[in-house]
Design a protein around this ligand. Structure first.
Ligand code: CIR
Length: 257
């Protein structure tokens, strides 16, 4: 199992922001927290391929947005924010070692953070970053492989995966204020604690262990309790510094199984 990550750019202060105000980010603290995240991935059995940060790309640590990896293929995205499109080259170079690559092209836009995969069902957030053409192009790649691709509206958040992330193929952690959960057909939804609206983002580590292991933000203990109650092994990871750049946990890795 491989996890692709990337270092934090010295230019992070110039990151894209959509729903949050710009506040100072402590780069050293962000890097320490990111190192804990990478260690947690190693602890779960991943070989972490950490790419060097680029001063040209403030948001380069958020590798999830650049590509989506399936068993059969990897899809290079076309990020909705123009400042982020140059991030893809370094990611494509590594991914090409593991998968055939397909690409989203103009006029489509798609951020990996908008792509929620639950088994063969793929939901794509129609956010400020991903458009209907991007969803159609993703469908054209995946539907011949047996996937069903559906665009879904999100409210008040950057990406679909700010609103919902997969625990496994049939369960998701959701914030029902950000997504109409009825759209996730046949999926058992665990809701975040209402006092922790940003807690729906986690990284599920699809290992053959029982209970399943998830990386979840240390800032959201009430939701963490709900996950433990649902039988999950919760590894708390500190991530509040990168949260100031509107990044969560899933954003910081691309997992290859
Ligand atoms: C952006 O706005 O693009 C970055 N500042 C944050 C991206 C976070 N990515 C993600 O949730 N997948």
């Amino acid at each position: 199992m491989i996890a692709i990550t990337r270092g934090i750019s010295d230019a992070l202060a110039r990151c894209e922001l959509t729903h949050q105000d710009r506040v100072p980010i402590d780069l050293e603290r962000a890097r320490k927290q990111h190192a804990v995240y990478e260690s947690a991935l190693r602890g779960a059995g991943y070989v972490v391929k950490s790419l060097p940060a680029s001063p040209e790309f403030p948001d380069c640590v958020f590798v999830e947005d650049a590509a989506i990896v399936f068993d059969e293929i990897a899809v290079m995205t076309r990020p909705g924010a123009k400042s982020r499109r140059g991030e893809l080259d370094a990611i494509a170079e590594v991914l090409a070692e593991y998968r055939a690559l397909s690409s989203i092209t103009e006029p489509g836009t798609l951020d990996g953070g908008d792509v929620l995969v639950l088994g063969k069902s793929v939901y794509v957030g129609l956010s400020t970053r991903s458009n209907a053409n991007g969803v159609r192009q993703l469908g054209a790649v995946l539907e011949p492989l047996g996937y069903v691709v559906t665009g879904v509206e999100v409210r008040g958040c950057l990406h679909l995966k700010s609103a919902a992330t997969a625990l496994d193929e049939r369960r998701a952690l959701v914030n029902p204020a950000m997504i109409d959960v009825a759209l996730l057909r046949g999926i058992e939804c665990i809701e975040v604690d209402p006092e922790e609206p940003m807690a729906a983002n986690l990284v599920a580590l699809p290992m053959a262990d029982e209970p399943g292991t998830v990386l979840h933000g240390a800032a959201y203990p009430r939701t963490g309790e709900r996950l433990i109650g649902a039988g999950l092994n919760v590894v708390e990871v500190p991530a509040d510094e990168l949260a100031k750049a509107e990044g969560a946990l899933s954003c910081c890795s691309i997992l290859i199984h």
